[in-house]
Design a protein around this ligand. Structure first.
Ligand SMILES: [Zn+2]
Length: 80
């Protein structure tokens, strides 16, 4: 995955989704990241959650279960 800061990801996300609010996305990302750090796993398969994707879809899951794909080389994950 391509790692990107919470700030950058939130900025990119609101640019592509004009209805979304930067501060909301940022705080949701931080919350998802905290859950990931605390050991949150995908309810489906037990892999660590994909914080960025979990915020976009609105529920916690891993990359594969959220996207149905196994290649995540071109996708983003957030860090602080
Ligand atoms: Zn999963």
């Amino acid at each position: 995955m391509i790692t990107i800061t919470v700030e950058k990801f939130a900025k990119m996300y609101v640019e592509n989704n004009p209805g979304e609010k930067f501060n909301d996305i940022k705080s949701n990302l931080k919350a998802a990241l905290s859950r990931k750090k605390a050991g949150a796993v995908c309810a489906n398969c037990g892999e660590p959650i994909w914080a960025a994707g979990s915020v976009i879809v609105g529920s916690d899951g891993c990359f594969t279960c959220i996207t149905g794909e196994s290649d995540h080389s071109g996708d983003y994950e957030v860090y602080e």
